[in-house]
Design a binder for this molecule. Structure first.
Ligand code: EPU
Length: 419
């Protein structure tokens, strides 16, 4: 198991290129199961979560070829049962349910287990499948879906915690091959849902309203081959901008879409940084005064929960007293205890962190927990005094392509060593 050593105190400067979006690529790869013809997906990031998804697709019978970011998938004949040994490693495996149900009218996939960022039910996915006519059974740890035919329906997918991103994608993937019209109300508006809808449309699906809370899907008989380029990863982009905020003189991220980053850019500007952008790049530089923030995570276009931990790391030093409220995954504060080990002054109550910025954090041995919490620890370590040792690095590799190398190219000093 690798660990990362961050030697604090280096300042960052330069350009870094953002990879394809993990959270777009995962359902898009699953969607290739919807056709017997070959699909070609470009800008697929090289991450362990992507590797798990490709392994699941192979196990389901698809032929998968991968060469430098381009993945070709031919799912001519497929099986409908996804094996537990792989599914249990990644919660996003559930996004094969929609395509299997859509194409084969049946699926058997393990129910994902607990998750460190909180209870993550899939009741809304299942409610959507049921509305389309599937019989849903949970037995022996597996979800079983079966339908003689799928029929378009009106479905509201908004849950207690708001809309569901993968749930919207999953139900959309089943509905594209259902008979008649499906209307999904309370749909997630995330750019990743729009990217998936764009890919499905390229395959011949008829979808309108992607990017709004109401999706209309006119079922078609079959889908065909398509090529697609995955959108840039807005969370990787945001993470490198926070790195620039924390330790940068001037950092530019390229191959990004600033429109997907509005809430993050607004927060960084409010926190006292100078931001400029072109169509495909964003530059951040310090402008002297750092200010506190009152942040609340919300579904898109609100401030993303996937950037909450990184902002906590930034606000832990020299920003006065900030308040960060997590509404999407109320228990997603695993990073707080680890940041405290580095000297942060943070009070947690319920789903809110009150952060009293200290002058400087100090390096310490810390434990990576979930993906974004781990990235937050790397960020916190950049300006810290001394060396921070981050264990369980595999969490970071699930969602960041070579984060150590990319930060080093900006001037950081990060080593990866075998534990
Ligand atoms: N929820 C339900 N029932 C459901 C589904 C969701 O109650 O059936 C609740 C969740 O418990 C949560 C809220 O609804 O409180 C939103 O969850 P959502 O379903 O939108 O999350 P997700 O689709 O499972 C994706 C990303 C997450 C990201 C969330 C929110 C992928 C692979 N994952 O998860 O990304 O935090 O949307 O934006 O797309 C990450 O990349 O680090 C990550 C965790």
């Amino acid at each position: 198991m690798d660990k990362i050593l961050v030697h604090g105190g280096r300042s960052l400067e330069g350009q870094v290129r953002i990879g394809g979006s993990k959270n777009s690529a995962l359902p898009i790869l699953a969607a290739t199961l919807l056709t017997k013809e070959k699909c070609v997906i470009d800008c697929v990031p090289d991450l362990s979560d992507i590797h798990y998804m490709l392994t699941i697709l192979s196990q389901l019978g698809a032929e998968v070829e991968r060469a430098s970011g381009v993945v070709q998938i031919l799912a001519e004949k497929i099986r409908t049962e996804a094996p537990y040994e792989i599914v249990r490693k990644m919660r996003a495996s559930v996004c094969v349910l929609g395509p299997l149900l859509g194409r084969e009218k049946k699926a058997k996939v393990s129910l994902p287990g607990g998750c460190v960022i909180g209870d993550r039910p899939i009741d809304l996915h299942l409610k959507g499948f049921e509305a389309l006519g599937a019989k849903v059974t949970v037995k022996g740890g597996d979800i079983l879906l079966e339908a003689s035919r799928l029929r378009g329906a009106r479905i509201n997918l908004r849950g207690r915690q708001g809309p569901t991103v993968l749930g919207t994608g999953n139900v959309m993937m089943a509905a594209v091959l259902a008979e008649g019209e499906t209307v999904i109300e309370g749909a997630a508006e995330e750019p990743e849902v729009v990217d998936l809808a764009d890919f499905l449309t390229a395959m011949g699906a008829r979808i309108s309203g992607a990017g709004t809370q109401r999706l209309e899907i006119e079922g078609v008989k079959e889908l065909h081959a398509a090529k697609h380029t995955v959108i840039p990863d807005r969370i990787e982009a945001g993470t490198f901008l926070v790195a620039g905020a924390i330790a940068g003189k001037k950092v530019t991220i390229t191959r990004t879409n600033p429109r997907h980053l509005e809430a993050v850019l607004t927060a960084l500007t409010t926190a006292g940084f100078e931001i400029s952008h072109t169509e495909e790049s964003v530059t951040i530089s310090p402008n002297g005064s750092r200010k506190p923030l009152h942040l609340e995570t919300l579904p898109y276009p609100g401030f993303p929960t996937d950037m909450q931990a990184q902002f906590c790391a930034m606000l832990a030093t020299r920003h006065g007293t900030s308040v960060v409220t997590e509404t999407v995954f109320p228990q997603r504060f695993m990073h707080v205890a680890e940041l405290k080990r580095m000297g942060a002054n943070i009070e947690l109550s319920d789903h809110r962190a009150t952060i009293h910025g200290v002058e400087q954090l100090s390096g310490a041995p810390v434990m990576a927990s979930d993906l974004r919490a781990s990235a937050a620890l790397v960020l916190a370590a950049l300006p810290a005094d001394g060396v921070t040792e981050i264990n369980r690095v595999y969490h970071i590799d699930r969602g960041y392509e070579r984060i150590d190398e990319k930060l080093n190219s900006l001037g950081a000093h990060i080593e990866r060593v075998k534990a």
